[in-house]
Structure formats: structure tokens, C-alpha cells
Design a protein around this ligand. Structure first.
Ligand code: SF4
Ligand code: SF4
Length: 253
């Protein structure tokens, strides 16, 4: 018998303390190379969760090894960095090796959509080559680089939907993240790729999200906020994105 943790630290500590009475067979935690030391929102750093569970010698089941897919959908320069380090391995394989490396990990859960995902994961775990300390340091540096890029931690779960005012919240945030990851986020007219990036952002926005469902129509009622498991301040992010869109349209960057 075991449990999956999705709460606050006090609840985690309380449930773990029950081990002395009930003897847990496993505890399931969110663990990946980003959340290890840099968990965002309500999430708790995985190094804390893992060390507390293993102090009691309980096997660990890992969920979200790819952080809702965000560790396979990374900025281009980070992608290049990982591929240069290991040209044979997929970007996702770094995350799966990280998740499978700690000694007390019993199993790693992965939502797989396509046959290639299954094949890639089987390759990574046949057999699993645990990360060296040097590789762990390399991933920590990689996370630091990723944190400098201001993507919104939306994993497209759609729990915030429907918005009573028809806003396509995940559609907007996913488009924004895609542009950040692909380098279509001009910061000023002086940017080398300004015209191309401006066009890619604006045309892509209109294609991905119908005009009436775009961020400019959010009235800031905050009804969506309590539904977001990533604790994203949705109206604030939508307002920020809308202001950016206006600057792009008016060419006032
Ligand atoms: S804050 Fe904006 S996105 Fe959220 S429910 Fe209200 S109108 Fe919709
Ligand atoms: S609930 Fe949060 S993480 Fe999920 S789609 Fe909405 S904004 Fe994104």
C-alpha cells in the first residue's frame, strides 16, 4: 500500500510519519531534473521529498519525469546543448536517466502518446545507465539556463477551462511558450531577427487562438486561478502577454 503526493509539505510529512504504524510499500513523488532543486508553484523540491522518503527506506515511484512534457519541449539552444553532449540520446532520455538514477527509485511512470516515445524509453532503460555526478552537474547547469527563459509553467492540462468569458487560456500560454522556445520573442527593433520573429509571433497567435478568445478579452475575474495545479497567476500572465502583443502590433518595442 502506498500513496501519491500532491499536497503541501505539512501533509507530506504527516503521511510519511505514519510509516511507523502502517508500513508504506511505496511513495509516489514528482521528480525530475528541474524540480529537484527548482520546483515552482505548489510543488516541493524533489531532493527534499526523495531524501525524506528514503530516510525511512521506502521505495519511490516517480511521476512527471518530463515535467508534463516541458523537459522535452525546451528552448532551441538548450536542445543543442543536450544533443552536443550526447548526439545518440534523445532530449527526453536525459530526463528519464535522471529520474531512474536514484538508488531507491522503484519505477518511473511516463505518459506516452506515440510508439516512438515507447521505443525511446525502452532504449533508455535497456539497461539504464545511471547519471554520473558530472552529468548531474551538467543538467543542473542546463536547468539554470532554462530558468533564464521566461516560459510560463503551463503543461496544457486544461483544468482552468472553460473560462466563462471564452478565453483560450492554454492556447495562449502554449503559443507564448512555443515562441520563447523557438526564439520568436523579439525584445527590441534592433534584434537581428526582429521582423521575422514579430511576424512569427503575431501570425502564429492569430492562427492558434481565435481573436475573440485572445488575452485582450480577459477581464481579470480570477475565476480560473484556483483550478490551476501549477499555481499560475493566469490573469497576470495573460495581461503581460497581451501588453507584449500590443507592443509588437504597434511596433513600440
Ligand atoms: S481571469 Fe481571465 S482567463 Fe481567467 S476566468 Fe477570468 S476572464 Fe477567464
Ligand atoms: S490549469 Fe494551469 S497548467 Fe493547466 S492549462 Fe490551465 S494554465 Fe495551464
Amino acid at each position: 500500500m502506498g500513496w501519491s503526493f500532491h499536497g503541501i509539505k505539512e501533509e507530506f510529512d504527516k503521511a510519511l510519519a505514519l510509516h511507523d504504524k502502517v508500513h508504506w510499500d511505496f511513495v509516489q513523488i514528482q521528480l525530475n531534473y528541474s524540480d529537484w532543486k527548482h520546483a515552482s508553484g505548489n510543488n516541493i523540491n524533489a531532493d527534499y521529498l526523495y531524501s525524506e522518503v528514503t530516510k525511512k527506506n521506502i521505495p519511490v515511484v516517480v511521476m512527471e519525469p518530463l515535467l508534463g512534457g516541458r523537459l522535452s519541449n525546451i528552448p532551441e539552444h538548450v536542445f543543442t546543448r543536450l544533443k552536443e553532449r550526447n548526439p545518440e540520446g534523445s532530449v527526453a532520455s536525459w530526463a528519464f536517466r535522471f529520474a531512474g538514477s536514484p538508488e531507491k527509485v522503484l519505477t518511473v511512470l511516463s505518459g506516452m502518446t506515440y510508439m516512438e516515445h515507447l521505443q525511446d524509453n525502452i532504449r533508455t532503460y535497456s539497461p539504464l545507465v545511471p547519471l554520473t555526478q558530472e552529468e548531474k552537474d551538467f543538467l543542473e547547469e542546463t536547468v539554470q539556463l532554462m530558468l533564464r527563459y521566461p516560459t510560463v509553467p503551463c503543461n496544457d492540462c486544461k483544468y482552468c477551462m472553460p473560462c466563462p468569458y471564452g478565453i483560450d487560456i492554454p492556447g495562449i500560454l502554449v503559443h507564448y511558450n512555443k515562441c520563447v522556445n523557438e526564439g520568436y520573442m523579439p525584445k527590441s527593433k534592433l534584434d537581428e531577427n526582429y521582423a521575422e520573429a514579430r511576424r512569427a509571433f503575431l501570425v502564429g497567435y492569430d492562427r492558434s487562438v481565435p481573436k475573440l478568445r485572445q488575452a485582450s478579452h480577459c477581464i481579470g475575474c480570477s475565476q480560473c486561478v484556483p483550478h490551476c495545479p501549477q499555481s499560475i497567476d493566469i490573469p497576470k500572465e495573460l495581461h503581460r502577454i497581451d501588453q507584449y502583443v500590443e507592443q509588437l502590433k504597434q511596433e513600440t518595442l
